[in-house]
Design a protein around this ligand. Structure first.
Ligand SMILES: *Cc1c(COP(=O)(O)O)cnc(C)c1O
Length: 361
């Protein structure tokens, strides 16, 4: 926490705005809008997953539709497709950013179109905070007129060619879950340049109540709005977001500086124009065996590290879904490891972790 979170939470109590609406919600949304892009409209929600669910619904995804989704991601990117009774089609990553491969995406679209199925949306993810190939992916989206849901859950504070992530898709989504770069303990946001998207998202997120004196409903609604208490935490967190990004980038640079010399450990570099918040620092080891040796050596010292996300096309729940893959994300999963990356790590901690890894390699 940065310090002012409790002040804003206290304000919610003092003014009795203990509800899923109130001044903290409005001001938190404004703070995100000011940070990301003056042209975006933000709806604060109960989670990033809720944001992805609403984004797909706003783009017209429904029963029986197909949605293209980056395979190399956390399951919350794909689960909302299933909530709507639609079918995910998984697409592999490229090795420059570890995100959606433009070539495989276009191949998938062409093949689905040839089979008479027009995918309703593309879910592209800025994984670990690294922006996806925004120019190439946006071009494909425009060419085939398939809208993008930009899963920016891990990428608040990242940018591409000087423009902040969250503002590239037809609809963008942030997460403020406890593990993200800033947090409201649990929370999320939907972002769009189209004000109608925000209005509809808020409408659906507050039980879709029609304009009538009694309770009348002509849509199925959800209870997805953010609490005014938690939005108070969010306001305080926005004040320290840039510090958190700096701390995460420091972790990454420290690991890279100490682990690349005379080793076969690789890091994910920022291509020119890309700026990652370095939410998590990830390394690529030469093999699954080396990765496991490092992970277990750290675990022996009570230090948690984790394999990279297991691709969705390899997950038991999605095993029957079509996929357009070339082994890239499977290889990343086998050889990759997320190192301890908290914003509160001390240099002493980093030295200790580096020494243990060096001992293995
Ligand atoms: C965390 C995360 C989500 C889900 O956000 P929640 O706020 O936890 O629901 C979605 N996509 C990705 C890539 C994430 O890392």
């Amino acid at each position: 926490m940065g310090g002012n979170e409790q002040k804003f939470v206290q304000e919610a109590f003092d003014t009795n705005w203990v509800a899923p609406l109130g001044p903290n919600v409005n001001n938190f949304e404004k703070a995100i809008e000011n940070y990301v892009d003056e042209n975006v409209h933000v709806a604060a929600l109960s989670s990033g997953t809720a944001g992805l669910h609403l984004a797909l619904e706003l783009l017209g995804v429904g029963f029986g539709d197909e949605v293209l989704c980056q395979s190399f991601t956390f399951s919350a990117s794909a689960n909302p497709i299933k909530y709507l009774g639609a079918t995910p089609i998984f697409v592999d990553s490229e090795s420059d950013t570890w995100n959606l491969s433009p070539e495989l995406l276009e191949k998938a679209i062409k093949e689905r179109l040839a089979q008479g199925k027009r995918p309703k949306a593309i879910i592209a993810v800025h994984l670990y905070g690294m922006p996806y190939k925004v120019t190439e992916i946006t071009e494909i989206s425009k060419k085939y007129q398939i809208p993008i849901v930009e899963d920016s859950a891990e990428a608040l504070g990242s940018s591409y060619k000087g423009i902040k992530c969250g503002s590239f898709g037809d609809i963008g989504v942030f997460s403020f879950n406890g593990n993200k770069i800033i947090t409201t303990s649990g929370g999320g946001a939907l972002v769009s340049k189209n004000e109608e998207h925000k209005k509809k998202a808020v409408f659906l997120a507050t039980q879709a109540r029609d304009d009538a004196p009694h309770y009348q409903h002509s849509h199925v609604g959800y209870n997805y709005r953010m609490s005014n208490v938690l939005a108070g935490i969010g306001r305080g967190q926005m004040e320290v977001l840039d510090d958190r990004v700096a701390a995460r980038r420091f972790n990454h640079d420290f690991y890279k500086e100490h682990l690349t010399e005379n080793s076969n450990i690789e890091f994910l570099n920022e291509p020119s124009g890309y700026y990652s918040n370095r939410w998590l620092t990830c390394i690529l080891t030469p093999s699954f065996e080396v990765r496991e040796k490092i992970r277990l050596a750290l675990l022996d010292e009570d230090i948690e590290s984790r394999p990279l996300w297991k691709p969705m096309h390899l997950q038991p729940i999605f095993k029957d879904c079509a996929n357009y893959t070339d082994g890239t994300s499977e290889d990343l999963f086998n050889r990759g490891l997320c190192l301890p990356s908290g914003s509160n790590l001390e240099e002493e901690d980093l030295h200790r972790i580096v020494a243990l890894i060096k001992n293995v390699i």
